[in-house]
Design a protein around this ligand. Sequence first.
Ligand code: SF4
Length: 510
Amino acid sequence: MKNKYSVLKEAFDGFAAGAVTPEALKPVAAQPGIYQQRNGAFMARVRVNGGEIPCARLAGLADILDATGGHAHLTSRQDIQLHDIPAERVVDAVVASDHLGLPFKGGGGNTYRNILVSSESGLAEDAAFDVYPYAHALNRAMQGCEKAFALPRKLKIGFFASGRDRLRAAVQDLGFIAQRRDGQEGFTVFAAGGLGRESSVGLELIAFLPASQAVRAAVALTELFYDHGDRANRHQARLRFLLKRLGAEAFQRLYLEYFARTEAPLVHVPADDHLSPLVQELKRGRTVQPAEGFALWEQIAVSATRFGDAVKSVRLFVPYGNLNAGQLRKIAALASEYGSPAVRLLVTQDILLPIVHRSALPGLYKRLREDLAEIDLTFTSYKGHIVTCVGATVCKIGIADSPAVADTIAAELDRHLPPDTPEKLKLLKSVADDLRISGCPNACAGHPAAKLGIEGMRRREGEELKTVCSLFAGAGLGEHGEPRLSARLPDGPVPLERLAQKVLELELGA
Ligand code: SF4
């Protein structure tokens, strides 16, 4: 372990001694996913492949936070970031996380990043098949692929279990959408999409790839990017710029040449799915009078699974995606107790307990209210439940304080729609799932692919620099399934005080 992180340790020791500047530290720290925050402390990004994390590891991360200070932040790419770590504790956190089976390799820098997986995989009735085993197989293969850690720029990969997620797949550098053809598992493969500077949807590279070839498809694209990506101009380096330079036809031809000569192991997925046996063991609940608010919570937070009416998934709405060590530990314990040995981190910065017995729901609701009363896991207010990036108070290159923008909207929505309003249910889901706010054009919250996206900016008004926002709307799928990004609305930037009304108009069509 010592050798594995010795370069990192040397750099942080030098930083602590004043011999290494923040600028000199950055290239060493960024590759494993460690960044200095605006307040001088550090953020260490723990990769959680597909956002699926065993409860024991979640509790282990809580122990790390106890030792280092700071809090956990769930990201929209299903990582867990440890925030506010003092410089002298960063390497301890990294080594301890590695001991938990969560190594620091490729959390940042020009590497393949955490693989995204649609969280309903293996759970939803309409999911073609469970894509998690493929995402895990690919992650194992890529961890051993040196070129995947020396790319011209980052490479984002996602697996999606249903055609509903075509747009999300199309904005990855490499997106796999599960489908069955004549009983065979396979993927439609998209490539070279992305969000940020010149956001664009990618190209459908392969209409049907046998699922066993997923690793080969990813290694081929990695090799192509390694060889042909722009290493001179960082701002033109993402794969989507290569697609733009070559054109769709030449890009696809080049890719197929790489694919033809790539040798990679076939992915063999065991026929048994790992959830079915767990379903039999789920904790049953006694018949109890549900606590106040249960019915609304059940409608908002509980969803159906393919295991029939007795087995549900439960979403915990985590305000701002932030949890302290104690809260992490309690969630891990509750999930285990109710029969989920692992939880799933959602792109909405929430947590999913994948399987809970329906009879246990009233008891679980009560426990959430009692054990985690200090956080709004049950969505009683919009505050903290609008997905944003970390914003400019944390992020050194940010422009607007995106969580503050979200708070302004949330306060207005809370006033506008008290809990018993019939429209509230519709708006709750829509605000939590379809609204994204980024603090600058880098689009870390993914606002251009959201049904309603907001990009924060600053505008000088007299002596004052004020936050204003651009709105984006219209993302979705066209008549023939063509993915489409949201377009910037033409009315120009909207001042903060008018933003909530705009959101209501656009979300509710009011
Ligand atoms: S979108 Fe901008 S402000 Fe937000 S985290 Fe990304 S770079 Fe920072």
